[in-house]
Write a protein that binds this ligand. Sequence first.
Ligand code: 5AD
Length: 466
Amino acid sequence: MPSVFIKTYGCQMNERDSEAVAAQLVAKGYTIAASEKTADVVLLNTCSVRDNAEQKALMKMENLAGNFRKRRPDVVLGFMGCMAQSRGQELIDKLPDVDLVLGTQKFHRAAEYLDELLAGRQKKIVDVAEEQGSEGTIKEHLLNGTAKSAVTAFVSIMQGCNQYCTFCIVPHTRGEERSRTIPDIVAECRELVSRGVKEITLLGQIVTSYGKRGWSPSFSLSEHPQTPDTLKRGLQLSPFVQLIEAVHEIDGLERIRFTSPHPKGYGDDLVAAYARLPKLCESAHLPVQSGSDRVLKLMHRGYTRERFLEIIRKLRAAKPDIGLTTDIIVGFPGETEEDFEQTLSLAREAEFDNAFLFKYSPRRDTPAAAMPDQLAEDVIEARHARLLEVINEIGARRYRKLVGERVQILVEGPSRNNDARMTGRTRCGRIVVFDGNARHRGELMDVKIERAGLFTLYGDPAVVNL
Ligand code: 5AD
């Protein structure tokens, strides 16, 4: 049977899509190649969020199409995911060695199209059309053979985004918001737990909008009555919190996480869920993008700096030790020194555990790309360096505070950098490396933190687990 190698660029959603495509291909008899060198099919699952990410995938494909293709003329080369969606046929015009361009609503067609191409029935396939119900097709998992197998899993709960932030290409690459139904998602989670998964991360481009629009045609709220508990409390719960509650009821599941929420939809019911639901880990990735109200408005984010800080205060009131991370864009068009200083001060005030910093990158068809006052690269570079210093300093301080503390980790497997050691995550989402044994994989374990590196903790389980 043909073997396939999938290289993934970008976010966790992309990782998840690649996994689902791989699992679908395996179910059809394909094997997963250990490297592109031996594969019959090489697919690049692409990211469009910044130009940088697109260039990386384009360069990779150029390399594959060059020497590699000459040595192995029968190999099938394909782009899938976000850049495939936004560029379509243009990719084959530019790189004629590409055989397949598979959009974000067509992942489940990969096997069918590869069969056609491998059998020579078709020479090129480009499919970037919309497909109703495609949000429900990312459900297969590869739980064996990979390093992280069977302890943690990602579950895709929705596709698309209707927020239309002015910098962001995602509404163009992922389409309108469409949510899977609660019973469908719960069934997938149950299956994962029955196969040994202990921690599930619910994924979507904007999970706080889950179920607010674009339900699958078969869905109605009455299909999944609110839990009796909820009725007793008489709370009006958003569909997303209803989903968390339903997943929370699965026996054997230990931990729930989700990403990414949007501050605009971060209601009090979600804050309260942290206090109420013990499996919901006290960590939150809440993208702020900027600390300046003026820039937030230009970005079309739908909240102010003060509202963002209020959410954080409420989360910390509910869970004082919550681990908070964020995304920040540096150098949005028109960002002044004053605006940037507002971002620096917000970073200090919010005390994030970590932040992903992005240098603004103009994306086609987005309003921000046409805004006046695009910033020079060196200005963006300098601000990025200043902000990084602040983020690292605060992060290091927050990590150091944990030295000497006892924390619970879920052991995921061998450490990425050192096979002889094991790694796990605290409930707050911090990585802990320790001298352990592979048999601890999948266990919840208490460790004592001995030392803190930059965004990594080193623990000693022997102290508490004799
Ligand atoms: N330029 C730079 N960063 C961007 N992001 C999204 N669009 C852009 C862009 N045009 C960042 C945001 C988002 C993260 C996934 O990528 O911070 O939260």
